[in-house]
Ligand binder design. Structure first.
Ligand code: ZN
Length: 138
């Protein structure tokens, strides 16, 4: 079955991120002088504007800060998943990421602890989503 949702445009800035997701790893850029970890990728640190950046392996864990639930079909590929959530995840390393939490929408709550899972989309791409962590998991 072919993937019918929109796919990211891969460029030189985000290619290391998408290469890592294909290997089921979550990475983000880290600023060497100030330590800020950020997403989406870019040419300079959004905190101190340094261009001395490297890619950091992340734990894949984070906390739900906020979310919305979409009830309107903006892209036909999402029609079978209506309504679906889009959540702002604060990763444990500090970066924020927009993604889906794979739970019933009415069970989402602020400060929910989550962990990344990877949903294969194409041979080249896997989409990072999040699942809830149970209390003992952190
Ligand atoms: Zn910095």
């Amino acid at each position: 079955m072919s993937y019918t949702k929109p796919l990211p445009a891969i460029d030189n800035w985000n290619r290391p991120f998408w290469d890592a997701t294909r290997e089921q790893r979550l990475v983000a850029q880290a600023c060497e002088p100030c330590g800020t970890v950020f997403f989406p990728p870019g040419p300079v640190c959004p905190h101190c504007l340094s261009a001395k950046l490297s890619w950091k392996q992340l734990s894949g864990r984070g906390t739900v800060e906020s979310w919305v639930v979409f009830h309107q079909v903006y892209y036909k590929g999402f029609a079978d998943e209506m309504p679906y959530n889009v959540a702002m995840i604060r990763l444990d390393e500090g970066a924020r990421m927009l993604s889906n939490v794979v739970v019933p929408n009415d069970s989402l709550h602020a400060d929910m602890r989550v962990e990344v899972v990877f949903a294969p989309a194409t041979e080249e791409l896997s989409i990072p989503k999040f699942r809830p962590l149970t209390p003992g998991e952190g």
